[in-house]
Design a protein around this ligand. Sequence first.
Ligand code: GAP
Length: 458
Amino acid sequence: MAETEPRADAVTMDKIVSLARRRGFVFPSSEIYGGLGSAYDYGHYGVLAKNNVKARWLEAMVQERDDIVALDSAIILNPAVWEASGHVAGFSDPLVDCRTCKLRFRADALDQSHCGRKPSKHPGETPDCDLTEPRQFNLMLSTRLGAVEETGSTAYLRPETAQGIFVNFKNVLQLARRKPPFGIAQIGKSFRNEITPGNFLFRTREFEQMEMEYFVPPAEAERWFEYWVNERFSWYTRYGIRESHLRVRAHEQDELSHYSSATSDIEYLFPIGWSELEGIANRGAFDLTQHTEHSGTKLEFVDSATGERYVPYVIEPAGGVDRSLLAFLVDAYDEEEVAGRERTVLRLHPEIAPVKAAVLPLIAKSDEMVAKARSLYEELRRRSVVEYDDNGAIGRRYRRQDEIGTPYAFTVDEQTLDDDTVTVRDRDSLAQERLPIGGVREWLGDALERPWRSPKAG
Ligand code: GAP
């Protein structure tokens, strides 16, 4: 095994942005037109990794359980939904303008903002700063439906996926024949006119959420709240995030959203410091009650056996796909020296990694090696995302795979032509062993299912 020397905490947000760009995970959006602040497009590996995050979430929330069903609701809902949910009246951030530099800041986050004239200072800290009084700024993005511009045609792009779930409560209750406790899970895009987007994928105006609304008898709400905080914490560690970089933080009373009686955030130690990765909220009966009042449709549970009727309480684990992917990338990023040479490696959990294995003929000019490698690649790709690469020196090809986080590389070499064995190289330990080419597919299947722990966890 090669001699390796890991270095602690090499990761910065700039390094993640640069790797994501260089390797085609994430590009600034509309780049040829100068971009659009804090909007990003996902390239090939970004799409694959993001799909893996969503697939692991759906497995944990729906496939591996009896009590949760899936939903995919519309992004544009009847505007009355947002009146009832309280978003039209209350989904806002306090905002201040600076009359001098003409910039706009969140009044509650001045200490995280920079003065337009003197970026080393916070807004309000220089004698020239001239801030307005805070005013509420609604974060919903609006649009118009139909050809005629009338007041009545205003609609909103959803700021959370949750409301699409609440308005389908009755459908699921009846058609999926559920009784509390049961949940409805949804992944989809949400939109917020954030005043201070930034920090790469951490805060953008268009993002994907993974939300699950869990409907419970009111007396059980507290217990289920604790349960979901633990479940969701374990999901992140199950997919390799180091426990030392995760923590749970309960919201103070004055931080709670208008619908919540208790919220705990799962926070990750991003390069910008401890920040929210996912929130778990006890929404009580707020949403079902509001939608009952505004729609005139009773959203309650009636037990046909006992005649008991009640409005279930809701426990909501709400995470972000993009923000989770950012945490996975940050947690995986590593730099080390291998036999005197630098290597950058993404130590992603194999089930999150965009590509599971690379198949490499040692000598691209050897027709025999290429034929064997292509045939192995075609066999493996029927089950997993694998990559064939015969371009450039073998060391460069390994480094490319290391940077996109491919856990295994199978190399076809001279010996393969003699005895039909290949080498398999482990991304993390760099250990190499030989395997019969006919057993590679099964070996890879087993390897991808083995429990995995980040080598960065020590
Ligand atoms: N339904 C509750 C809700 O939406 P939230 O805390 O506002 O709660 C849940 O959002 C999660 O969605 C956050 O923990 C974060 O992961 C993600 N999220 C929220 N705003 C985001 C933004 N502007 N950019 C990226 N992700 C965001």
